[in-house]
Design a protein around this ligand. Structure first.
Ligand code: BGC
Length: 266
């Protein structure tokens, strides 16, 4: 029995990294998946092909989630193909790192606009459809599920990445405030807080033995994460198995949020 059968999922930023892993995991559980991408049509098509080769159902739709007109158009295209939405995975995000005093306004705005405003725009559109349509008991106990891709950096400060950490801290209270407001409509809202997951965003942190050894000092479980670790968490949060889980961040981080420096210090 597939846990997300006949449900429509939109995964933003799904042409690579965590988003592509989540798209594949949701599809393997029977969801029809919209693979959103901003620039990499090739990457998105590869994800769609991988899903359809496994007898899944997926389409790629281009949209920069920070642009309201593009988000509205993407939702229209999704409704034209699949009719509705049941699961939103607000995943699109990026880093533009620099020392604080050298951070340009442009890099600040780009990160906030995509990582935070993009989540607001997509969640708002999804919530409208969840409220309009309501619960369809044959599919799910909930009228819809929103999963925000946050980070361990919604709680761990990160020097050299102030824009990114601010965007993730913002996602935490956006998620909780949406959860409070949307619960009466039977819409579930949660976040996933990944730790260090092997993807292009943090390649320099794990792609040499020295880098990986240094990264592992921050991970008590002593393994760098894989995108499938996040995919499994997303499937669970999207499924009725987690029906009573609402307004939380599920950290999937091998213990990165446990202050590993205190294992011997303090
Ligand atoms: C960042 C990665 C980083 C990880 C753990 C993520 O949110 O995007 O670059 O490796 O947090 O610090």
């Amino acid at each position: 029995m597939q846990r997300l059968q006949n449900q429509v999922a939109l995964v933003t930023g799904a042409s690579s990294g965590i988003g592509s892993g989540v798209a594949k995991s949701l599809a393997a559980e029977g969801a029809k998946v919209v693979v959103n991408y901003a620039r990499s049509a090739k990457g998105a098509e590869a994800v769609v092909e991988e899903i359809t080769a496994q007898d899944g159902d997926a389409i790629a739709i281009q949209a920069d989630v920070s642009q309201e007109d593009q988000v509205l158009k993407m939702f229209e295209q999704m409704y034209d193909t699949y009719g509705t939405i049941d699961i939103l995975v607000n995943n699109a995000g990026l880093q533009k790192d620099s020392p604080f005093t050298e951070m340009s306004l442009e890099d600040w705005n780009t990160v906030i606009n995509i990582n935070l405003t993009g989540q607001f725009l997509c969640a708002r559109e999804a919530a409208k459809e969840f409220i309009r349509r309501g619960v369809v008991p044959q599919k799910s106990c909930s009228a819809g599920k929103i999963i925000c891709m946050s980070s361990v950096h919604e709680v761990i400060p990160w020097a050299g990445h102030c824009n990114y950490a601010a965007s993730k801290g913002g996602i935490m209270l956006l998620m909780k405030s949406m959860a409070q407001e949307l619960a009466p409509h039977k819409i579930r809202v949660n976040s996933i807080g990944p730790g260090a997951i092997k993807t292009p965003i943090n390649q320099s942190a794990w792609d040499t033995p020295d880098a990986e050894a240094s990264l592992l000092t921050l991970i008590p479980y002593n393994r760098v994460g894989e995108t499938v670790d996040i995919g499994k968490a997303a499937v669970w949060l999207a499924s009725d198995e987690s029906e009573y889980v609402h307004g939380i961040t599920l950290f999937v981080d091998g213990g990165m949020t446990l202050y590993p420096g205190f294992a011997t210090g303090g």
